[in-house]
Design a protein around this ligand. Structure first.
Ligand code: NAD
Length: 346
C-alpha cells in the first residue's frame, strides 16, 4: 500500500495523550502513514483567533482522512464548538459509533453490540437561538427531508456492509409530530428497498433509554437525530464500561474524521490516566476505512488481548493501575508481536 497522508488533530484536554497513543498503535501496524499534525479548538483560538483555521479544513479535504482528539467548548458563553463547525464545513453528515462489550470487562448490563448512526449536521445543533423577549429564548430544531433521507440510507447501507440485521429509528414523533415525524417517515421510506435484507422498526427515545439499560442486546443499529444521538452515545458507552472504550467516526462525501465519543475530560487532563482505548479503536476504524482490514482486526484483537489478560495495565477508569502511556505501550507491543506472528485474518 502506498504512503497515505493523514491529518492529526490532537485537540486539547486529554486529546494529545490519547491521540499520541493511537498514532503509535497505527504506526506499529506498519501502515505507511505520513502524519500531518495541525491545531484546532481552544489552542487554535488562542493562537490564531479561530477554533478551526481554514488551512486545517483544506488539508483534511486534500488528505481525505483525519484522526482527531476532543476539543473543549465552553458552556453558555465563549467560542463556537470546533467539532460542530468541522462536521458542518466538511459535510460530515454521518456519525458512526459502534458500542461493543469488551472481553474481560464485564458490566451489570450484559452483552452489548450495537451501532449508533447519528445525523451530524442539523437538529438543535443548527445553533439557531434567539432571545425573542427578555428572559425568553427560542432554540430552533431543524429537520429536513434531504438530511433525514441521507442519514437513513447511510444506516441501511452500513447495516448491509457490516452484516447487521436491523435498523431502529429513534424519535419523539408523538410530541414533535412534524420534526421527528418527518425524520421517522424518511427512515420508513428509505427502509423499503432494503426490507428483504434489513429489518426496520422504531422506538421512542425515552423508551429506548429504559430498554438500553435493561437489555441492550436487543438492539442492533440505532438511527438517531443529532441531539438524541449524542445523548444515547454516552449512555451506550456507559453500558460497556465507560467513555474510555467507545470509538467513533464521521463520514461525508470525500472526507472522514475519526474520533472517540468522549470529550476533553478536563477533570483528568494532564494526569496521564486517560484511557486511550476509545481513540485507539477509532484509529482501527480509520485503518479499515483506508482499506487495511488486517490492521483493523489486529488492533482490535490486541486491545482485547490486553483487556482480558493484563488487567493491571488498564487505566483507573477500568479499575487498573496503569497510565495512558503504559496501556498504550502494552497495546503497541501486542500489535507488534501479532505483526511478527500473524493469526487468522490478521
Ligand atoms: P467528557 O467526555 O470529556 O468527560 C465525561 C467524564 O468521562 C469525565 O469524568 C471524564 O474524566 C471521563 N472520561 C472521558 N473520557 C475519558 C477517557 N478517555 N478515559 C477516562 N475517563 C474519561 O465530557 P464533558 O466533561 O461533559 O466535556 C468536557 C469537554 O469536552 C466540554 O468542553 C465538551 O464540550 C467537550 N466535548 C468534546 C467532544 C469532541 O471533541 N468530540 C465531545 C464531547 C465533549
Amino acid at each position: 500500500m502506498s504512503k497515505r497522508r493523514v491529518v492529526l488533530l490532537p485537540g486539547d484536554g486529554i486529546g494529545p495523550e490519547v491521540v499520541d497513543a493511537a498514532r503509535r498503535v497505527v504506526d506499529a501496524t506498519g501502515l505507511d502513514i505520513e502524519w500531518v499534525p495541525m491545531e484546532i479548538g481552544a489552542i487554535a483560538f488562542e493562537k490564531y483567533g479561530d477554533t478551526l483555521p481554514a488551512d486545517v479544513l483544506e488539508e483534511i479535504r486534500r488528505c481525505g482522512v483525519a484522526l482527531k482528539g476532543p476539543t473543549t467548548t465552553p458552556s453558555g458563553t465563549g467560542h463556537q464548538s470546533a467539532n460542530v463547525r468541522l462536521r458542518k464545513e466538511l459535510g460530515l453528515f454521518a456519525n458512526v459509533r459502534p458500542v461493543k462489550s469488551v472481553p474481560g470487562l464485564e458490566t451489570p448490563y450484559g452483552h452489548t453490540d450495537l451501532v449508533i448512526v447519528r445525523e451530524n449536521t442539523e437538529d438543535l445543533y443548527a445553533g439557531l437561538e434567539n432571545e425573542i423577549a427578555p428572559g425568553v429564548i427560542t432554540s430552533i430544531k431543524v429537520i429536513t427531508e434531504v438530511a433525514s433521507r441521507r442519514i437513513a440510507k447511510f444506516a441501511f447501507e452500513y447495516a448491509i456492509r457490516w452484516h447487521r440485521k436491523r435498523v431502529t429509528a429513534v424519535h419523539k414523533a408523538n410530541i414533535m409530530k412534524k420534526a421527528d415525524g418527518l425524520f421517522l417517515e424518511c427512515a420508513r421510506q428509505e427502509s423499503l428497498p432494503y426490507h428483504e435484507r434489513v429489518k426496520f422498526d422504531d422506538i421512542l427515545v425515552d423508551a429506548l433509554a429504559m430498554k438500553l439499560v435493561t437489555r441492550p442486546s436487543q438492539f442492533d443499529v440505532l438511527l438517531l437525530e443529532n441531539l438524541y444521538g449524542d445523548i444515547v452515545s454516552d449512555l451506550a458507552a456507559g453500558l460497556i464500561g465507560g467513555l474510555g472504550l467507545a470509538p467513533g467516526a464521521n463520514f461525508g462525501p470525500g472526507c472522514a474524521v475519526f474520533e472517540a465519543i468522549h470529550g476533553s475530560a478536563p477533570d483528568i487532563a494532564g494526569k496521564g490516566i486517560a484511557n486511550p482505548i476509545a481513540m485507539i479503536l477509532s484509529a482501527a476504524m480509520m485503518c479499515h476505512h483506508m482499506g487495511d482490514a488486517e490492521s483493523y482486526t489486529r488492533i482490535r484483537r490486541s486491545v482485547r488481548a490486553i483487556t482480558t489478560a493484563n488487567r493491571d495495565a488498564l487505566t483507573p477508569d477500568l479499575g487498573g493501575k496503569g497510565t495512558s502511556r503504559s496501556l498504550a505501550d502494552a497495546i503497541v507491543h501486542e500489535v507488534e508481536r501479532r505483526r511478527r506472528a500473524p493469526v487468522d485474518g490478521e
